[in-house]
Ligand binder design. Structure first.
Ligand code: ATP
Length: 513
Protein backbone atom coordinates (compact mmCIF):
# COMPACT_ATOMS: atom_id res chain seq x y z
CA UNK A 1 0.00 0.00 0.00
CA UNK A 2 2.81 2.38 0.95
CA UNK A 3 4.30 1.72 -2.45
CA UNK A 4 1.04 2.63 -4.17
CA UNK A 5 0.87 5.87 -2.24
CA UNK A 6 4.44 6.72 -3.24
CA UNK A 7 3.61 6.03 -6.85
CA UNK A 8 0.65 8.37 -6.67
CA UNK A 9 2.74 11.10 -5.03
CA UNK A 10 5.29 10.72 -7.83
CA UNK A 11 2.54 11.14 -10.41
CA UNK A 12 1.31 14.37 -8.81
CA UNK A 13 4.78 15.86 -8.41
CA UNK A 14 5.93 14.82 -11.89
CA UNK A 15 2.81 16.39 -13.38
CA UNK A 16 3.72 19.67 -11.69
CA UNK A 17 7.48 19.64 -12.19
CA UNK A 18 7.27 18.95 -15.92
CA UNK A 19 4.49 21.43 -16.71
CA UNK A 20 1.49 19.12 -17.07
CA UNK A 21 -0.85 20.08 -14.23
CA UNK A 22 -0.85 22.90 -11.66
CA UNK A 23 -3.25 23.49 -8.77
CA UNK A 24 -5.74 26.21 -9.73
CA UNK A 25 -4.92 29.75 -8.54
CA UNK A 26 -1.90 28.42 -6.70
CA UNK A 27 -0.60 31.83 -5.62
CA UNK A 28 -3.74 32.03 -3.45
CA UNK A 29 -3.05 28.53 -2.07
CA UNK A 30 -5.16 26.80 -4.68
CA UNK A 31 -8.84 25.85 -4.87
CA UNK A 32 -9.80 22.41 -3.67
CA UNK A 33 -10.27 19.83 -6.45
CA UNK A 34 -9.76 22.37 -9.24
CA UNK A 35 -6.70 22.13 -11.50
CA UNK A 36 -5.11 23.90 -14.46
CA UNK A 37 -3.51 22.12 -17.38
CA UNK A 38 -0.09 23.53 -18.15
CA UNK A 39 1.92 23.77 -21.38
CA UNK A 40 2.47 20.01 -21.77
CA UNK A 41 -0.74 18.91 -20.06
CA UNK A 42 -2.89 20.90 -22.45
CA UNK A 43 -1.29 19.11 -25.43
CA UNK A 44 -1.72 15.67 -23.90
CA UNK A 45 -5.33 16.45 -23.02
CA UNK A 46 -6.04 17.77 -26.51
CA UNK A 47 -4.51 14.65 -28.06
CA UNK A 48 -6.68 12.35 -25.91
CA UNK A 49 -9.76 14.37 -26.89
CA UNK A 50 -8.86 14.18 -30.58
CA UNK A 51 -8.14 10.44 -30.36
CA UNK A 52 -11.62 9.95 -28.94
CA UNK A 53 -13.28 12.33 -31.42
CA UNK A 54 -11.61 10.70 -34.40
CA UNK A 55 -12.73 7.20 -33.45
CA UNK A 56 -16.16 8.21 -32.17
CA UNK A 57 -17.31 10.86 -34.64
CA UNK A 58 -15.20 10.93 -37.76
CA UNK A 59 -14.90 7.15 -38.13
CA UNK A 60 -18.67 6.64 -37.81
CA UNK A 61 -20.94 7.85 -40.59
CA UNK A 62 -23.91 7.72 -38.23
CA UNK A 63 -22.39 9.73 -35.37
CA UNK A 64 -22.14 13.52 -35.43
CA UNK A 65 -20.74 16.07 -33.03
CA UNK A 66 -22.27 18.87 -30.99
CA UNK A 67 -21.02 21.68 -28.75
CA UNK A 68 -23.91 22.72 -26.54
CA UNK A 69 -23.66 25.59 -24.06
CA UNK A 70 -22.74 24.97 -20.43
CA UNK A 71 -25.67 27.10 -19.25
CA UNK A 72 -29.07 25.64 -20.02
CA UNK A 73 -32.66 26.51 -19.27
CA UNK A 74 -33.21 25.53 -15.62
CA UNK A 75 -36.17 23.30 -16.41
CA UNK A 76 -33.68 20.98 -18.14
CA UNK A 77 -32.47 19.87 -14.72
CA UNK A 78 -35.95 19.33 -13.36
CA UNK A 79 -36.75 17.10 -16.32
CA UNK A 80 -33.49 15.18 -16.11
CA UNK A 81 -34.05 14.44 -12.43
CA UNK A 82 -30.92 16.27 -11.29
CA UNK A 83 -32.81 18.74 -9.09
CA UNK A 84 -34.52 15.95 -7.15
CA UNK A 85 -32.20 12.99 -7.49
CA UNK A 86 -28.64 14.10 -8.13
CA UNK A 87 -27.63 13.58 -4.55
CA UNK A 88 -24.83 11.75 -2.82
CA UNK A 89 -25.28 10.36 0.69
CA UNK A 90 -22.70 12.05 2.89
CA UNK A 91 -21.54 11.29 6.40
CA UNK A 92 -19.18 13.20 8.69
CA UNK A 93 -16.85 11.83 11.28
CA UNK A 94 -17.35 13.85 14.44
CA UNK A 95 -13.80 13.39 15.70
CA UNK A 96 -11.70 13.89 12.58
CA UNK A 97 -14.23 16.34 11.04
CA UNK A 98 -13.65 14.55 7.73
CA UNK A 99 -16.53 14.16 5.30
CA UNK A 100 -17.14 10.96 3.33
CA UNK A 101 -19.55 9.52 0.85
CA UNK A 102 -21.39 6.86 2.82
CA UNK A 103 -21.76 4.64 -0.25
CA UNK A 104 -18.04 4.84 -0.98
CA UNK A 105 -17.12 3.81 2.59
CA UNK A 106 -19.32 0.74 2.20
CA UNK A 107 -18.10 -0.05 -1.32
CA UNK A 108 -14.47 0.16 -0.20
CA UNK A 109 -15.21 -2.36 2.54
CA UNK A 110 -16.91 -4.68 0.04
CA UNK A 111 -13.91 -4.38 -2.26
CA UNK A 112 -11.64 -5.49 0.59
CA UNK A 113 -13.69 -8.69 0.91
CA UNK A 114 -13.37 -9.16 -2.82
CA UNK A 115 -9.59 -8.76 -2.66
CA UNK A 116 -9.42 -11.34 0.14
CA UNK A 117 -11.38 -13.82 -1.99
CA UNK A 118 -9.17 -13.15 -5.02
CA UNK A 119 -6.06 -13.79 -2.89
CA UNK A 120 -7.41 -17.20 -1.84
CA UNK A 121 -8.14 -18.00 -5.48
CA UNK A 122 -4.61 -16.98 -6.56
CA UNK A 123 -3.08 -19.09 -3.77
CA UNK A 124 -5.07 -22.14 -4.80
CA UNK A 125 -4.26 -21.57 -8.45
CA UNK A 126 -0.52 -21.69 -7.81
CA UNK A 127 -0.93 -24.72 -5.50
CA UNK A 128 -3.00 -26.87 -7.89
CA UNK A 129 -1.52 -25.72 -11.20
CA UNK A 130 -3.21 -27.04 -14.34
CA UNK A 131 -5.62 -29.21 -12.37
CA UNK A 132 -7.25 -26.12 -10.85
CA UNK A 133 -10.94 -25.63 -11.53
CA UNK A 134 -11.57 -22.00 -10.66
CA UNK A 135 -15.36 -22.03 -10.96
CA UNK A 136 -15.65 -25.05 -8.68
CA UNK A 137 -13.27 -23.51 -6.16
CA UNK A 138 -15.24 -20.25 -6.05
CA UNK A 139 -18.48 -22.08 -5.34
CA UNK A 140 -17.14 -24.65 -2.85
CA UNK A 141 -14.23 -23.19 -0.89
CA UNK A 142 -15.84 -22.11 2.40
CA UNK A 143 -13.67 -19.02 2.86
CA UNK A 144 -14.16 -17.75 -0.67
CA UNK A 145 -17.88 -18.45 -0.49
CA UNK A 146 -18.10 -16.54 2.76
CA UNK A 147 -16.14 -13.50 1.50
CA UNK A 148 -18.07 -13.24 -1.75
CA UNK A 149 -21.50 -13.81 -0.33
CA UNK A 150 -20.87 -11.27 2.42
CA UNK A 151 -19.70 -8.77 -0.21
CA UNK A 152 -22.80 -9.31 -2.33
CA UNK A 153 -25.09 -9.15 0.66
CA UNK A 154 -23.62 -5.81 1.76
CA UNK A 155 -23.85 -4.25 -1.71
CA UNK A 156 -27.38 -5.49 -2.23
CA UNK A 157 -28.54 -4.10 1.11
CA UNK A 158 -26.91 -0.74 0.40
CA UNK A 159 -28.50 -0.58 -3.06
CA UNK A 160 -31.91 -1.36 -1.58
CA UNK A 161 -31.64 1.26 1.16
CA UNK A 162 -30.38 3.95 -1.21
CA UNK A 163 -33.14 3.19 -3.70
CA UNK A 164 -35.73 3.48 -0.96
CA UNK A 165 -34.09 6.63 0.39
CA UNK A 166 -33.64 4.84 3.71
CA UNK A 167 -30.57 6.72 4.95
CA UNK A 168 -31.03 5.44 8.51
CA UNK A 169 -30.37 1.95 7.26
CA UNK A 170 -27.23 3.11 5.43
CA UNK A 171 -25.99 4.50 8.75
CA UNK A 172 -26.96 1.26 10.49
CA UNK A 173 -25.00 -0.73 7.93
CA UNK A 174 -21.91 1.42 8.55
CA UNK A 175 -22.29 0.75 12.27
CA UNK A 176 -22.88 -2.98 11.84
CA UNK A 177 -19.79 -3.31 9.67
CA UNK A 178 -17.90 -1.29 12.30
CA UNK A 179 -16.50 1.01 9.61
CA UNK A 180 -14.01 3.50 10.97
CA UNK A 181 -12.84 6.84 9.59
CA UNK A 182 -9.83 5.98 7.37
CA UNK A 183 -8.12 9.09 8.65
CA UNK A 184 -8.55 8.79 12.43
CA UNK A 185 -9.87 5.30 13.09
CA UNK A 186 -12.86 6.83 14.92
CA UNK A 187 -16.37 5.35 14.65
CA UNK A 188 -18.11 8.45 15.88
CA UNK A 189 -20.34 9.24 12.88
CA UNK A 190 -23.07 11.79 12.17
CA UNK A 191 -26.33 10.77 10.48
CA UNK A 192 -26.23 10.16 6.72
CA UNK A 193 -27.61 13.11 4.73
CA UNK A 194 -28.32 13.77 1.06
CA UNK A 195 -26.32 16.47 -0.66
CA UNK A 196 -27.12 17.92 -4.11
CA UNK A 197 -24.07 18.08 -6.33
CA UNK A 198 -25.12 20.87 -8.71
CA UNK A 199 -23.50 24.30 -8.60
CA UNK A 200 -26.03 27.11 -8.72
CA UNK A 201 -25.54 30.48 -10.39
CA UNK A 202 -27.69 33.41 -11.50
CA UNK A 203 -28.59 34.90 -14.86
CA UNK A 204 -29.56 38.55 -15.04
CA UNK A 205 -28.61 41.84 -13.41
CA UNK A 206 -31.11 42.69 -10.69
CA UNK A 207 -31.77 40.47 -7.73
CA UNK A 208 -35.54 40.25 -8.22
CA UNK A 209 -35.53 39.42 -11.95
CA UNK A 210 -32.51 37.12 -11.89
CA UNK A 211 -33.07 33.51 -12.91
CA UNK A 212 -31.53 30.67 -10.96
CA UNK A 213 -29.38 28.48 -13.18
CA UNK A 214 -27.07 25.52 -12.71
CA UNK A 215 -23.70 24.80 -14.20
CA UNK A 216 -24.32 21.58 -16.11
CA UNK A 217 -23.36 18.47 -14.11
CA UNK A 218 -23.12 16.38 -17.29
CA UNK A 219 -22.91 17.12 -20.99
CA UNK A 220 -25.61 14.59 -21.93
CA UNK A 221 -28.63 16.88 -21.48
CA UNK A 222 -27.31 19.31 -24.09
CA UNK A 223 -27.51 16.39 -26.50
CA UNK A 224 -31.03 15.33 -25.51
CA UNK A 225 -32.55 18.79 -25.88
CA UNK A 226 -30.98 19.04 -29.35
CA UNK A 227 -32.00 15.55 -30.42
CA UNK A 228 -34.64 16.61 -32.90
CA UNK A 229 -32.66 19.61 -34.24
CA UNK A 230 -29.75 17.35 -35.13
CA UNK A 231 -31.90 14.48 -36.39
CA UNK A 232 -33.87 16.76 -38.75
CA UNK A 233 -31.05 19.01 -40.01
CA UNK A 234 -28.65 16.08 -40.38
CA UNK A 235 -31.34 13.78 -41.84
CA UNK A 236 -30.16 11.15 -39.39
CA UNK A 237 -31.63 7.65 -39.47
CA UNK A 238 -31.89 5.50 -36.37
CA UNK A 239 -29.60 4.09 -35.07
CA UNK A 240 -27.44 7.23 -34.83
CA UNK A 241 -25.33 9.00 -32.27
CA UNK A 242 -24.55 12.53 -31.11
CA UNK A 243 -21.19 13.09 -29.44
CA UNK A 244 -19.91 15.97 -27.40
CA UNK A 245 -16.89 16.88 -25.31
CA UNK A 246 -17.04 19.65 -22.75
CA UNK A 247 -16.90 20.89 -19.20
CA UNK A 248 -19.15 19.60 -16.44
CA UNK A 249 -19.34 20.75 -12.83
CA UNK A 250 -20.10 18.83 -9.65
CA UNK A 251 -19.81 20.03 -6.09
CA UNK A 252 -18.19 16.74 -5.04
CA UNK A 253 -18.31 15.93 -1.34
CA UNK A 254 -14.99 14.18 -1.22
CA UNK A 255 -12.45 15.42 -3.68
CA UNK A 256 -8.99 14.42 -2.70
CA UNK A 257 -7.63 12.24 -5.47
CA UNK A 258 -5.96 14.82 -7.70
CA UNK A 259 -7.67 14.95 -11.11
CA UNK A 260 -9.63 11.73 -10.49
CA UNK A 261 -12.45 13.60 -8.78
CA UNK A 262 -12.63 17.28 -9.65
CA UNK A 263 -15.28 19.92 -9.15
CA UNK A 264 -14.78 21.20 -12.72
CA UNK A 265 -13.94 18.50 -15.24
CA UNK A 266 -14.40 17.50 -18.84
CA UNK A 267 -16.51 14.69 -20.25
CA UNK A 268 -16.48 12.96 -23.62
CA UNK A 269 -19.96 11.58 -24.16
CA UNK A 270 -21.89 9.95 -26.94
CA UNK A 271 -25.63 9.29 -26.88
CA UNK A 272 -26.72 6.59 -29.31
CA UNK A 273 -30.40 6.66 -30.29
CA UNK A 274 -31.89 3.26 -31.08
CA UNK A 275 -35.18 1.55 -31.78
CA UNK A 276 -36.99 0.56 -28.55
CA UNK A 277 -36.26 -3.09 -27.82
CA UNK A 278 -32.83 -2.98 -29.47
CA UNK A 279 -31.10 -1.19 -26.62
CA UNK A 280 -29.52 -4.31 -25.07
CA UNK A 281 -27.87 -5.27 -28.34
CA UNK A 282 -26.33 -1.79 -28.61
CA UNK A 283 -25.46 -1.66 -24.94
CA UNK A 284 -23.30 -4.79 -25.35
CA UNK A 285 -21.89 -3.49 -28.61
CA UNK A 286 -20.75 -0.22 -27.04
CA UNK A 287 -19.35 -1.92 -23.95
CA UNK A 288 -17.07 -4.02 -26.15
CA UNK A 289 -16.24 -1.22 -28.57
CA UNK A 290 -15.24 1.18 -25.83
CA UNK A 291 -13.00 -1.42 -24.18
CA UNK A 292 -11.31 -2.00 -27.53
CA UNK A 293 -10.68 1.74 -27.84
CA UNK A 294 -9.01 1.79 -24.43
CA UNK A 295 -6.94 -1.27 -25.27
CA UNK A 296 -5.73 0.28 -28.53
CA UNK A 297 -3.56 2.58 -26.41
CA UNK A 298 -1.49 -0.38 -25.26
CA UNK A 299 -1.47 0.32 -21.52
CA UNK A 300 -2.14 -3.39 -20.82
CA UNK A 301 -5.46 -5.26 -20.98
CA UNK A 302 -4.96 -6.40 -17.36
CA UNK A 303 -5.48 -2.78 -16.24
CA UNK A 304 -9.14 -2.68 -17.31
CA UNK A 305 -12.19 -4.50 -16.04
CA UNK A 306 -15.96 -4.19 -16.29
CA UNK A 307 -18.05 -3.51 -13.24
CA UNK A 308 -21.74 -4.20 -13.82
CA UNK A 309 -23.97 -2.04 -11.64
CA UNK A 310 -26.24 -3.49 -8.99
CA UNK A 311 -27.75 -0.16 -8.13
CA UNK A 312 -29.06 1.52 -11.26
CA UNK A 313 -29.54 5.27 -11.65
CA UNK A 314 -33.14 6.45 -11.97
CA UNK A 315 -32.87 6.61 -15.77
CA UNK A 316 -31.13 3.31 -16.55
CA UNK A 317 -32.12 -0.31 -17.23
CA UNK A 318 -28.51 -1.53 -17.49
CA UNK A 319 -25.21 0.07 -16.61
CA UNK A 320 -21.55 -0.86 -16.41
CA UNK A 321 -18.31 0.92 -15.70
CA UNK A 322 -15.01 0.33 -17.37
CA UNK A 323 -12.67 0.45 -14.40
CA UNK A 324 -8.98 1.19 -14.65
CA UNK A 325 -6.16 0.18 -12.37
CA UNK A 326 -5.22 3.66 -11.07
CA UNK A 327 -2.33 4.08 -8.59
CA UNK A 328 -4.98 3.80 -5.84
CA UNK A 329 -6.62 0.65 -7.26
CA UNK A 330 -9.38 -0.16 -9.75
CA UNK A 331 -11.83 2.74 -10.12
CA UNK A 332 -14.36 3.96 -12.67
CA UNK A 333 -12.93 5.44 -15.83
CA UNK A 334 -15.95 5.31 -18.12
CA UNK A 335 -19.66 4.60 -17.77
CA UNK A 336 -21.83 2.83 -20.34
CA UNK A 337 -25.51 3.23 -19.61
CA UNK A 338 -28.67 2.06 -21.23
CA UNK A 339 -30.78 5.14 -20.43
CA UNK A 340 -34.06 3.88 -21.91
CA UNK A 341 -36.37 6.63 -23.20
CA UNK A 342 -36.29 8.33 -19.79
CA UNK A 343 -34.60 11.58 -20.82
CA UNK A 344 -36.42 12.27 -24.08
CA UNK A 345 -39.79 11.41 -22.52
CA UNK A 346 -39.08 13.68 -19.55
CA UNK A 347 -38.12 16.56 -21.86
CA UNK A 348 -41.30 15.99 -23.87
CA UNK A 349 -43.32 16.19 -20.69
CA UNK A 350 -41.62 19.28 -19.26
CA UNK A 351 -41.35 21.23 -22.53
CA UNK A 352 -44.64 20.19 -24.09
CA UNK A 353 -42.74 19.56 -27.38
CA UNK A 354 -42.66 16.21 -29.16
CA UNK A 355 -39.24 14.57 -29.29
CA UNK A 356 -40.06 11.64 -31.53
CA UNK A 357 -38.64 9.94 -34.53
CA UNK A 358 -40.64 8.89 -37.54
CA UNK A 359 -39.48 5.44 -38.56
CA UNK A 360 -40.16 5.08 -42.29
CA UNK A 361 -39.69 1.30 -42.21
CA UNK A 362 -42.21 0.81 -39.44
CA UNK A 363 -44.32 3.73 -40.58
CA UNK A 364 -44.74 5.06 -37.05
CA UNK A 365 -43.47 7.60 -34.53
CA UNK A 366 -41.65 6.63 -31.37
CA UNK A 367 -39.37 8.04 -28.68
CA UNK A 368 -35.99 6.37 -29.25
CA UNK A 369 -34.10 4.51 -26.55
CA UNK A 370 -30.61 5.72 -25.70
CA UNK A 371 -27.31 4.00 -24.99
CA UNK A 372 -24.69 6.34 -23.56
CA UNK A 373 -20.93 6.10 -23.36
CA UNK A 374 -19.40 8.65 -21.01
CA UNK A 375 -15.72 8.93 -20.20
CA UNK A 376 -13.98 11.59 -18.12
CA UNK A 377 -11.21 13.28 -20.08
CA UNK A 378 -9.31 14.11 -16.90
CA UNK A 379 -9.62 10.52 -15.69
CA UNK A 380 -8.31 9.35 -19.06
CA UNK A 381 -5.41 11.74 -18.60
CA UNK A 382 -4.69 10.33 -15.16
CA UNK A 383 -4.95 6.74 -16.40
CA UNK A 384 -2.55 7.31 -19.29
CA UNK A 385 -0.16 9.51 -17.34
CA UNK A 386 0.08 7.32 -14.23
CA UNK A 387 0.57 4.07 -16.14
CA UNK A 388 3.20 5.66 -18.40
CA UNK A 389 5.35 7.10 -15.64
CA UNK A 390 8.15 4.62 -14.98
CA UNK A 391 11.47 4.50 -13.18
CA UNK A 392 14.00 2.29 -14.92
CA UNK A 393 17.34 0.93 -13.84
CA UNK A 394 19.73 0.97 -16.77
CA UNK A 395 22.55 -1.47 -17.53
CA UNK A 396 25.15 0.81 -15.94
CA UNK A 397 23.15 0.86 -12.70
CA UNK A 398 21.88 4.42 -13.12
CA UNK A 399 18.15 5.16 -13.16
CA UNK A 400 16.05 7.12 -15.58
CA UNK A 401 12.51 8.47 -15.32
CA UNK A 402 10.61 7.87 -18.50
CA UNK A 403 7.06 8.78 -19.40
CA UNK A 404 6.16 6.00 -21.83
CA UNK A 405 3.07 7.74 -23.19
CA UNK A 406 1.41 6.12 -26.18
CA UNK A 407 3.25 8.14 -28.82
CA UNK A 408 0.00 9.11 -30.55
CA UNK A 409 -0.85 11.06 -27.37
CA UNK A 410 2.59 12.48 -26.53
CA UNK A 411 2.53 16.29 -26.21
CA UNK A 412 5.71 16.72 -28.24
CA UNK A 413 6.50 14.19 -30.95
CA UNK A 414 10.16 15.04 -31.47
CA UNK A 415 12.83 17.28 -29.97
CA UNK A 416 15.53 18.63 -32.25
CA UNK A 417 18.87 19.01 -30.51
CA UNK A 418 22.11 20.49 -31.92
CA UNK A 419 24.99 18.54 -30.37
CA UNK A 420 26.85 21.78 -29.65
CA UNK A 421 25.84 25.43 -29.81
CA UNK A 422 28.28 26.32 -32.61
CA UNK A 423 29.71 25.29 -36.00
CA UNK A 424 26.38 25.96 -37.73
CA UNK A 425 24.60 23.07 -35.96
CA UNK A 426 21.86 25.21 -34.29
CA UNK A 427 21.00 26.68 -37.70
CA UNK A 428 20.53 23.23 -39.26
CA UNK A 429 18.54 22.04 -36.22
CA UNK A 430 16.22 25.04 -36.52
CA UNK A 431 15.72 24.38 -40.22
CA UNK A 432 14.70 20.80 -39.44
CA UNK A 433 12.31 22.05 -36.80
CA UNK A 434 10.77 24.63 -39.14
CA UNK A 435 10.06 21.85 -41.61
CA UNK A 436 8.69 19.28 -39.12
CA UNK A 437 6.43 21.69 -37.30
CA UNK A 438 3.96 21.73 -40.19
CA UNK A 439 3.09 18.14 -39.34
CA UNK A 440 3.98 17.59 -35.67
CA UNK A 441 4.35 19.40 -32.41
CA UNK A 442 8.15 19.60 -32.11
CA UNK A 443 10.55 21.25 -29.67
CA UNK A 444 14.03 22.72 -29.94
CA UNK A 445 16.55 22.47 -27.11
CA UNK A 446 20.19 23.50 -27.07
CA UNK A 447 20.75 23.91 -23.32
CA UNK A 448 22.95 21.46 -21.29
CA UNK A 449 24.84 18.33 -22.34
CA UNK A 450 22.97 16.19 -24.84
CA UNK A 451 22.59 13.30 -22.34
CA UNK A 452 20.70 15.56 -19.97
CA UNK A 453 18.53 16.84 -22.79
CA UNK A 454 17.62 13.22 -23.65
CA UNK A 455 16.62 12.57 -20.05
CA UNK A 456 14.44 15.67 -19.98
CA UNK A 457 12.63 14.59 -23.14
CA UNK A 458 12.20 11.07 -21.66
CA UNK A 459 10.51 12.63 -18.64
CA UNK A 460 8.22 14.65 -20.92
CA UNK A 461 7.26 11.56 -22.91
CA UNK A 462 8.73 12.76 -26.24
CA UNK A 463 9.01 9.65 -28.47
CA UNK A 464 11.94 10.92 -30.58
CA UNK A 465 15.10 13.00 -30.14
CA UNK A 466 16.81 14.16 -33.31
CA UNK A 467 20.44 15.14 -32.88
CA UNK A 468 22.32 17.30 -35.34
CA UNK A 469 26.10 16.74 -35.22
CA UNK A 470 29.14 17.50 -37.35
CA UNK A 471 28.42 14.66 -39.76
CA UNK A 472 25.07 16.32 -40.51
CA UNK A 473 26.93 19.24 -42.07
CA UNK A 474 28.67 16.86 -44.44
CA UNK A 475 25.98 14.34 -45.44
CA UNK A 476 22.60 15.69 -44.27
CA UNK A 477 21.99 12.80 -41.87
CA UNK A 478 21.07 12.98 -38.18
CA UNK A 479 20.72 10.51 -35.36
CA UNK A 480 17.23 9.68 -34.20
CA UNK A 481 16.87 8.27 -30.69
CA UNK A 482 13.86 6.26 -29.59
CA UNK A 483 12.50 7.08 -26.14
CA UNK A 484 11.58 3.55 -25.05
CA UNK A 485 14.59 1.59 -26.28
CA UNK A 486 17.08 4.50 -26.21
CA UNK A 487 18.43 3.05 -29.48
CA UNK A 488 19.87 5.54 -31.93
CA UNK A 489 20.04 5.23 -35.68
CA UNK A 490 21.51 7.39 -38.36
CA UNK A 491 18.95 8.52 -40.93
CA UNK A 492 18.62 11.06 -43.71
CA UNK A 493 16.91 14.33 -42.77
CA UNK A 494 14.49 13.75 -45.62
CA UNK A 495 13.30 10.48 -43.99
CA UNK A 496 12.42 12.05 -40.64
CA UNK A 497 8.84 12.91 -41.46
CA UNK A 498 7.99 9.35 -42.50
CA UNK A 499 9.68 7.78 -39.50
CA UNK A 500 7.81 9.98 -37.05
CA UNK A 501 4.52 9.72 -38.90
CA UNK A 502 4.56 5.93 -38.82
CA UNK A 503 4.95 5.92 -35.06
CA UNK A 504 2.52 8.68 -34.07
CA UNK A 505 -0.28 8.60 -36.62
CA UNK A 506 -3.81 8.26 -35.24
CA UNK A 507 -4.54 5.93 -38.12
CA UNK A 508 -1.89 3.38 -37.10
CA UNK A 509 -3.03 3.43 -33.48
CA UNK A 510 -6.75 3.21 -34.14
CA UNK A 511 -6.17 0.36 -36.58
CA UNK A 512 -5.30 -1.70 -33.49
CA UNK A 513 -8.92 -1.53 -32.32
P1 ATP B 1 -18.22 8.43 -9.74
O1 ATP B 1 -19.04 7.23 -9.33
O2 ATP B 1 -16.76 8.18 -9.77
O3 ATP B 1 -18.63 9.68 -9.01
P2 ATP B 1 -20.16 8.79 -11.78
O4 ATP B 1 -20.68 7.39 -11.91
O5 ATP B 1 -20.92 9.79 -11.03
O6 ATP B 1 -18.64 8.73 -11.24
P3 ATP B 1 -20.88 9.53 -14.43
O7 ATP B 1 -21.96 10.43 -14.01
O8 ATP B 1 -21.22 8.23 -15.04
O9 ATP B 1 -19.85 9.34 -13.22
O10 ATP B 1 -19.91 10.37 -15.40
C1 ATP B 1 -19.23 9.77 -16.49
C2 ATP B 1 -17.73 9.92 -16.35
O11 ATP B 1 -17.37 11.25 -16.03
C3 ATP B 1 -17.11 9.07 -15.25
O12 ATP B 1 -16.89 7.76 -15.69
C4 ATP B 1 -15.82 9.80 -14.98
O13 ATP B 1 -14.81 9.40 -15.89
C5 ATP B 1 -16.18 11.26 -15.25
N1 ATP B 1 -16.40 11.96 -13.98
C6 ATP B 1 -17.51 11.97 -13.22
N2 ATP B 1 -17.35 12.75 -12.15
C7 ATP B 1 -16.09 13.25 -12.22
C8 ATP B 1 -15.33 14.14 -11.41
N3 ATP B 1 -15.84 14.66 -10.31
N4 ATP B 1 -14.06 14.43 -11.79
C9 ATP B 1 -13.55 13.90 -12.91
N5 ATP B 1 -14.22 13.07 -13.72
C10 ATP B 1 -15.48 12.75 -13.39
Amino acid sequence: MAKQEDLFKNVVSHAKEYGFIFPSSEIYDGLSAVYDYAQNGVELKKNIREYWWKSMVQMHENIVGLDAAILMHPTTWKASGHVDAFNDPLIDNKDSKKRYRADVLIEDYAEKLNIKAQKEIEKAKSRFGDAFNEQEFITTNPRVVEYLSKKNEILARMAKSLDAGDLDDVKLLIEELELACPDSGSRNWTEVRQFNLMFGTKLGASADTAMDLYLRPETAQGIFVNFLNVQKTGRMKIPFGIAQTGKAFRNEIVARQFIFRMREFEQMEMQFFVKPGEEMKWYHYWKETRLKWHNSLGLGAENYRFHDHEKLAHYANAAADIEFNFPFGFKELEGIHSRTDFDLKAHEQFSGKKLQYFDTEENKNYVPYVVETSVGLDRMFLAVFSKSLQEETLEDGSTRTVLRLPSVLAPTKAAVLPLVKKDGLPEIAKEIMEELKWDFNVAYDEKDAVGRRYRRQDALGTPFCITVDHQTVEDKTVTIRHRDTMLQERVAITDLKNIIEKEVSVRNWLMKM
